[in-house]
Write a protein that binds this ligand. Sequence first.
Ligand SMILES: Nc1ncnc2c1ncn2[C@@H]1O[C@H](COP(=O)(O)OP(=O)(O)OP(=O)(O)O)[C@@H](O)[C@H]1O
Length: 286
Amino acid sequence: MKVISVEGLSFRYRRAKDYSLRDVSFEVKKGEMLGIIGPSGSGKSTLCLTLNGIIPNSIKGDFEGDVIIRDPRTGEEHSTRETPVPHLSTVVGLVLQNPESQLFNMTVEEEIAFGLENLGLDRNEILRRLRWVLEVTGLKGLEKEFPPNLSGGQQQRLAIAAVLAMEPSIIVLDEPTSQLDPVGKKEVLGLISLLNREHGITVVLVEHHTDYVLRYADRVLVMDGGRIILEGRPEEIAEEAETLKGLGVKLPASLEVSHELRKRGLLDRPALTPEELLSRLARPSR
Ligand SMILES: Nc1ncnc2c1ncn2[C@@H]1O[C@H](COP(=O)(O)OP(=O)(O)OP(=O)(O)O)[C@@H](O)[C@H]1O
């Protein structure tokens, strides 16, 4: 079942000279993890903002085409142009780069409960969701903490927890690890995999870590100049190492090495992970 359908989407910010998105079309199926990569300024963040309706409802500009979100629980379809953002955010949750910009309550539990109180849920339902998200995001025991006192990884997990409490079926994350140290990155990427694999949440992930995207995403979009220039499974995208390098996208070390070996006729296809590269190099047929 398709949960996101983007059709002929173009967007130009108010007063901007150029379009930031140009005739973008793609679909996301229920339970998929879609990775989005591309150079800086290629339109990845703008695309994320269109998926929960912030563009064009709150950030206005010239908007053409359609973004349709289907709630797999009810089967209802929402055109983002015609649906208020608070309603869409119960189907599509959005997590941004900088966790601090998303946290504004005095304690972890208030941060998580905030959106739920606004939904008008009763106390028992709020407590049920609070317990669940604290457990899933590994923040149990930190309920009374002041969010700025948490580590970067914990803060970003809290931002994800607050989004998750709305029980969206889709989560869109725009470079959620870019402000984090290596430990924080690992925590957050681990949580995203868990949500996708164990909890069936559909994930759209913009991530500079191409190694993670190529390892875990089901499908990958590569953007440049507001357009989708490549779309495929990670193995297919890995075949385009030269194009990615030309765009300035940082390749995972295993892909970089296997690309060079392949150019010299020493490997028949690219390796997505160090484990794959090592096991193929150990075999006579590569
Ligand atoms: N609020 C805005 N007003 C006008 N132009 C904007 C605005 N936000 C982004 N842009 C422009 O839209 C284009 C796409 O930017 P966007 O932030 O979506 O790219 P990105 O791929 O997410 O980049 P990065 O990886 O650096 O976050 C850029 O040319 C950018 O300057």
